[in-house]
Each structure stands twice: as structure tokens, then as C-alpha cells.
Design a protein around this ligand. Structure first.
Ligand SMILES: [Zn+2]
Length: 735
């Protein structure tokens, strides 16, 4: 269900019709909280200290919490709840404390228990909304709306809805929602901060809003921290860091902001200060998973090798850096050169690329960011991504991912980080296929289902599909849709229109305005034409989808029963229904295996070629294809196929590198051969003498006498009687 305007209105009406004010903390607690909110810290401290000496555990809990004595506050809440099982307020407040102290699972439990005791506990609903919002869970909106329905005076719920709307890149809605909060509570500081960040995102001055906040509380750091978080989410990392610094100037003990500052400094490659800031948080008891994991990651990075030149800084795990460096560096340089020409611009200084063999380490880089199962992420001129060794072989095309992230690097710079999410993602997806038709991702069954069910979003709403997905696969569908939008714009109007859109977003212009200016049409008209084109383009695929699924199931059955002839007979029809299906149990691989078993090598070869053209990426199948090509007297084809394995998984095995090295030697591409034999060695092969000898002859052929000498001596050290190596040593000495 979409959380459209009609739903909001409906809930609003219900709320006005018959809700009562939910339970809230007693007057003496609210008084202390107000003092804190207004920045009267010494008065607030005495107020909370008095509460901490109260006779009842609940009041003591509030007092201790206000004094940042979280552990004792937690114990007092436990006692308060034990003594008053039916009390919803105590559970809700305890849940809020736990949410503040990074224990969301227990917090959610307490909010739910509170709602069992008081189904109209708006604060408990708001607590659930806040936990959901932190995880970019789409439930956040409905919980906040329910909270407002239960308590129409709950300004904080309006503030949260404003913040969520802004995350979806809907500034008008966010402003309306923030105004609603201010109407309920003229001192709603976070609503003012939302207004400030709306101005900043549009490149307008926000001074008037900051002044309004200061009039209420001259030391309100959380307002700046809230704005910083929104700027970071909009990829304005430097601006976000500046606002976190401002927040900390006002509230030095705002550890959540200090932790975010540290994390974002790390994203910008400023590891030293990042470590300082995060260590401060840790030492002061602020040990949420983001802080702890980021500190751990900074330690992990010490085990990485760094390779620098004028244009690039590569950080690779020492376990695989020798092997990966030449391949990654080459793809990176090619991407930089291609984008420099396309966008007529140069980057400021080198771009830093980090490859993580442990996906969990990479995941720390995306903490607090939306998106499912990301492979790479770009922060200005820093790119972090999975290493091919961090994923199942063939699961992802690292070169395409790097090309994709490098598109972000250029577009962020070209638009001064003002580009909307749908466009930078769409362009990056589009660029993968521009680099090579085989580099993009083939359409998945999930996307076909979304097309069948007409789930595409209008261009003006597409950002929402990335941040707050309404169904599990919507993030992936949004990538696909945005990518196809860019394909469509280029195919219909030419590449220049994509460049013109980049210019518009740099101004900055909203998506609807940019579409109107560049394409001279209303966004709704664009949607109608684009979707018409896409639905037509995919109509046969969608129409044949159910038949394909049934036929593939039958085909898999035949393959399992080893009915090779049946597989050979039936597979072509399955492929014709859905040629891009190259994932688990695809018809290409089943057909190739059956053909090979029946001795039909030409059929196997043709099938695997088609598989690769449709972006099939199983390294074993590519290796098989290369062997068939070589046997069929097509060394150039075999070379091209083996080189594709390097772009998918250069760590796959030694055999493919050795075969490619031999083929390149024969083709007189000696430096290419040298790289491949070097890769064999870096993979610690069983036959080290042979591997060193191979490297020696490639080095010898390139004229690098020193490399040749070292390698041949290494071979002879392992196997002194190795004849070909002895002969090569004589040859080298003779020269
Ligand atoms: Zn991306």
C-alpha cells in the first residue's frame, strides 16, 4: 500500500473525531525535560538530581536517565515495571531509554507490551515509528500516523513524518508536516531543523530557522545533527560533516553526533580524525554497533596494502593485493578516462578505492544507509566495495560495480552533490551497459513480476523506491527502472540530454523542473511515454513468464533424470521465452552440459557463447567455453573469454590464468602474459617451479632481464633439475 495523501487525511479525521490525550510523564518529569530542551543545563541537572532522590523507582529512573546514569536508570525502570505491571507509561519510557542506548530489540518489546496495556499509548507507537525509521523500514510512516491518530497533539510524530518525507526527497510534504508540528508546539525544535535543512538542500540560506531554534535553546546541538544526517543521506558528506561539527560545538556531549562525525570522516578517507572522534565516544560509554564496528574496521584497514599514484589510491587486503591490483587498477583508470571525456571534467586529486574480502567489513561502510545487499558505495572520492573474494564466484561482476561507483564519483562532483538518488543510480546502472553490453545485470524474475503487476513508480517519486521500499524487491526494481529511464532518454533524445540533466541537477533543480526544462514535457507525460516504451519492450517476456517457469521446471526435471536428448530438444524453447535468465538452474548451462555429454561440442560452444552474451557469469562455464574455443581453433575467442573471468573473479583458479598466459604468449602479448603468470604465482599454485618458470619466460620476452632472472632462479631453487628453467637461465646469462 502506498502511504499517499488520502490515507493521511483519513487518519487525521479519525484522530480529530475521538482520541484522548495519551498518558505522559508526570508534571515534575516534564518540567525537568523542558529545562533540558531549553538548554538550561544546570537547572535541569538539579531538577533531575532531585528526581533521582525521589521515593518511587519510576521517578528515580527518570532522574538518573536525565543525569545520563543509564545503567542505574535501567535498574530503576526494571523495579518500577515489576511493581506496576499494568502501567504502560513506565514500559514506554523504559523502551525510549533502551532505544537511546542502542538496544532496539528490547525497546520494541517494551513498546509492544505498553500497547497491550494501553492500546492508545501514542508514545509507544512513536517509539516503534522511531525504531523503524532508523532501519529505513517503511512501517515508520504508518506507526507515526497511528501515533498521531491516538494523540493528535503529538508534535514529535509530525516531526518524524516530516523527516521521513524529506528522506524520500519530498520537501513540500516535509515542510507541510513540519508546519503541522509547529502549529501544535511553536517550540518544536526538530521541526525548525527540518525547515532549515529543506533550505540547505535547495541551496538557500537557513539562517532564519537556526535563529528561531536559538531563540528557544541557544545550545541545541541535536537540531544541527538532524540536519547533518539529512545532508549525508543526500550524499552531501562535506556539508554534513560541517553541521556535525556545529552540533558538537553547541553540545559537546552529544555522542550520537560525534559518532556520526567519526563515521563520516572515515567515509571521506580522513581516518586519523575519525579514529580520534570514535575513540572519544567509546571511552565515554557510547558504544553502539556503528561506533564499535567502525573502530574495528579502522583496525582491519591496517592490514590492507595501499597503492598510490597521481590518479588513484587503492586499498586492498594484503591476502589478495598482489593478485587484484593490476586488474583493479586497469579498470579504474579506464573508467576515469572514459568519464573525463564524457563529462569534460577532471577529479580533484586521486580517487580512493577500497575492496573488502570480508563482506561484513564492507557492510560497516554502509551502516546507517538505506539499500539492500549493496555491492559498492561511493562517498565523494572514496569508493568502498566488496572484493570478488567477498562473494560467491560469479555472483557479481566487480568491474561493472567499480564502473558503476565511478559514475557516482563523477556525477557527485559534476552536480556538487545535488543529484537526486534516482538519477545518479539510473545513470550508474546505464553506464555499466555503456562500458560493455555484457557488464550490466540481466533482468531478474523479481523485476518481471514487478512489471507484470505494473509496480513502476513515477519519475518524481522514484527516490522513495530506494529509501523506503514498500515491498521487498522494490529497491532492485527501482535500480532497474532508473537505469532504463536513462537508457530511454539516451535512445530517444541522445546522450546530450543526460548531460543536460546533470547540469540541471547541479543548479540545483528538482526532478520535475529538470524534466520540464530538458525534455520539454511534464513529468507525467514522460512517465506515460517511458512506461509505454518499457512495457512494450518487455511485453513478450511478461506474457511468456508463467509458461517459462513451468517449462524450466520440466527441463530441470529432465536434466536431473539425465534425459540428455529431452534437454537438448526442450531447452531452446525455454531460452527463447526468457533469454536473459542466466541465474540458478538456467537453460543455457543445462543445455551445454547435455550437449557435451552427447559429444555435440559445437552446440555446447554456441550455447555457452549465448549464455555469456546474456551476462551469464559462472566462472566454471566461462572456463569451459574458453577450452571449447581453444579446441575449435579460436585462440582469440578463448583469450576474450578468459579475460572475462578476470573481470568477474580473478581469484577463481590458477588454471584459467595459466591458460590465458599461454595463449597470450602465443599471441605475442608478452606483458599480458606476464600479468597472468604473475596471477598464477599470487594464487600460491601447487607447482611453484612451473609458475616461476612461466613468469620468467614472460619477463624474458618483455625484455625485463631482472624479473626474468629472479623468477628463473626461484624456479631452480625449488626444482634444481628443471631442464627448461636451466635452459632459460643460460639464455638470460648469454645476453
Ligand atoms: Zn549506485
Amino acid at each position: 500500500m502506498k502511504h499517499g495523501a488520502s490515507l493521511g487525511l483519513l487518519l487525521g479525521t479519525l484522530a480529530l473525531a475521538g482520541a484522548c490525550r495519551a498518558a505522559e510523564p508526570p508534571q515534575q518529569v516534564r518540567h525537568c525535560l523542558q529545562l533540558r530542551l531549553h538548554g538550561q543545563d544546570s537547572a535541569a541537572d538539579s531538577c533531575f538530581a532531585a528526581l533521582a532522590r525521589a521515593a518511587t523507582p519510576y521517578l528515580r529512573a527518570e532522574g538518573l536517565w536525565g543525569l545520563a546514569n543509564y545503567q542505574l536508570a535501567n535498574e530503576e525502570f526494571r523495579a518500577a515495571v515489576a511493581a506496576a505491571d499494568r502501567n504502560a507509561l513506565y514500559r514506554t519510557r523504559w523502551g525510549e531509554l533502551l532505544h537511546e542506548r542502542f538496544n532496539d530489540s528490547d525497546a520494541v518489546g517494551l513498546f509492544n507490551e505498553a500497547l497491550e496495556r494501553d492500546p492508545k499509548d501514542a508514545q509507544a507507537m512513536l517509539g516503534l515509528a522511531q525504531v523503524s525509521a532508523d532501519g529505513f523500514d517503511n512501517q515508520a510512516v504508518s506507526w507515526a500516523q497511528k501515533a498521531l491518530a491516538a494523540d493528535p497533539n503529538l508534535a514529535a510524530a509530525d516531526e518524524l513524518l516530516a523527516s521521513l518525507a524529506l528522506e524520500d526527497n519530498r520537501p513540500e510534504r516535509a515542510a507541510t508536516q513540519a508546519d503541522a508540528a509547529l502549529k501544535l508546539d511553536p517550540q518544536a525544535l526538530d521541526a525548525m531543523a527540518i525547515h532549515a535543512v529543506i533550505e540547505l538542500l535547495a541551496d538557500r540560506p537557513a539562517d532564519a530557522w537556526w535563529a528561531r531554534i536559538q531563540a528557544v535553546n541557544p545550545r541545541y546541538g541535536p537540531g544541527y545533527a538532524l540536519a547533518a544526517g539529512q545532508l549525508i543521506l543526500n550524499r552531501r558528506y562535506q556539508d554534513g560533516v560541517a553541521l556535525y561539527r556545529k552540533a558538537l560545538e553547541l553540545s559537546p556531549k552529544l555522542w550520537s553526533a560525534r559518532s556520526e562525525l567519526g563515521i563520516n570522516l572515515m567515509r571521506l578517507g580522513q581516518d586519523e580524525e575519525a579514529r580520534e572522534q570514535l575513540t572519544q565516544c567509546y571511552q565515554n560509554g557510547y558504544r553502539n554497533s556503528a561506533t564499535v564496528n567502525s573502530l574495528r574496521l579502522l583496525d582491519t584497514l591496517k592490514g590492507f596494502a595501499t597503492f598510490k599514484d597521481d590518479a588513484t589510491i587503492l586499498k586492498l587486503s594484503r591476502k589478495e593485493s598482489d593478485l587484484l591490483y593490476p586488474y583493479v587498477h586497469q579498470v579504474l583508470i579506464q573508467a576515469i578516462e572514459a568519464y573525463q571525456v564524457k563529462y569534460h571534467m577532471k577529479l580533484d586529486g586521486p580517487v580512493q578505492v577500497e575492496l573488502y574480502p570480508d563482506h561484513e567489513d564492507f557492510a560497516v561502510r554502509t551502516l546507517g544507509m538505506p539499500g539492500l545487499g549493496a555491492l559498492g558505495v561511493t562517498f565523494g572520492q572514496v569508493v568502498a566495495m566488496d572484493s570478488p573474494s567477498g562473494r560467491k564466484p560469479g555472483e557479481f561482476h566487480w568491474a561493472a560495480t567499480l564502473r558503476h561507483e565511478m559514475s557516482h564519483v563523477f556525477i557527485l562532483k559534476a552536480t556538487r552533490h545535488r543529484v537526486p538518488r534516482w538519477f545518479t543510480e539510473g545513470l550508474a546502472v546505464h553506464e555499466e551497459t555503456e562500458a560493455s553490453p555484457e557488464w550490466g545485470d540481466s533482468i531478474t524474475p523479481d523485476i518481471i513480476v514487478a512489471l507484470r503487476d505494473h509496480k513502476l513508480l513515477p519519475v518524481a517519486d522514484l527516490d522513495r523506491g530506494f529509501i523506503h521500499p514498500e515491498y521487498p524487491t522494490q529497491v532492485l526494481v527501482s535500480y532497474f527502472e532508473a537505469g532504463r529511464m536513462c537508457d530511454y532518454i539516451q535512445s530517444r533524445w541522445g546522450q546530450q540530454k543526460l548531460l543536460d540533466l546533470v547540469q540541471q541537477f547541479a543548479i540545483p533543480r528538482s526532478t520535475p523542473d529538470a524534466i520540464r526544462t530538458v525534455l520539454a514535457m511534464e513529468p507525467a507525460a514522460f512517465d506515460a511515454q517511458f512506461q509505454g516504451w518499457l512495457y512494450k519492450d518487455t511485453a513478450a517476456l511478461v506474457a511468456g513468464f508463467d509458461a517459462w517457469r513451468k517449462q524450466l521446471e520440466a527441463l530441470v526435471g529432465e536434466a536431473r533424470a539425465h534425459h540428455g536428448e529431452a534437454v537438448i530438444a526442450q531447452a531452446p524453447a525455454v531460452i527463447a521465452l526468457y533469454p536473459d535468465y542466466v541465474y540458478d538452474a538456467n537453460a543455457y548451462q543445462l543445455l551445454a552440459a547435455a550437449a557435451l555429454a552427447a559429444g555435440k561440442t559445437q552446440m555446447a560452444l554456441e550455447t555457452l557463447k549465448q549464455y555469456v552474451e546474456h551476462r551469464g557469469r559462472d566462472p566454471a562455464s566461462l572456463e569451459q567455453l574458453a577450452k571449447l574455443e581453444q579446441d575449435a581453433g579460436d585462440p582469440a575467442g578463448a583469450i576474450a573469454t578468459l579475460q572475462k573471468i578476470n573481470l568477474i573473479d580473478p581469484l577463481y583458479d590458477t588454471a584459467s590464468h595459466r591458460q590465458l598466459g599461454d595463449l597470450l604468449m602465443a599471441a605475442k602479448d608478452f606483458s599480458g602474459a606476464r600479468r597472468e603468470f604473475g596471477a598464477v604465482l599470487a594464487l600460491h599454485p601447487l607447482d611453484k617451479a612451473q609458475a616461476n618458470y612461466d613468469l620468467a619466460r614472460a619477463c624474458h620476452a618483455t625484455g625485463d632481464a631482472q624479473c626474468a632472472m629472479e623468477a628463473v632462479l626461484a624456479a631452480l631453487e625449488i626444482a634444481p633439475d628443471f631442464r627448461p628453467a636451466q635452459k632459460l637461465l643460460l639464455q638470460i646469462n648469454a645476453q
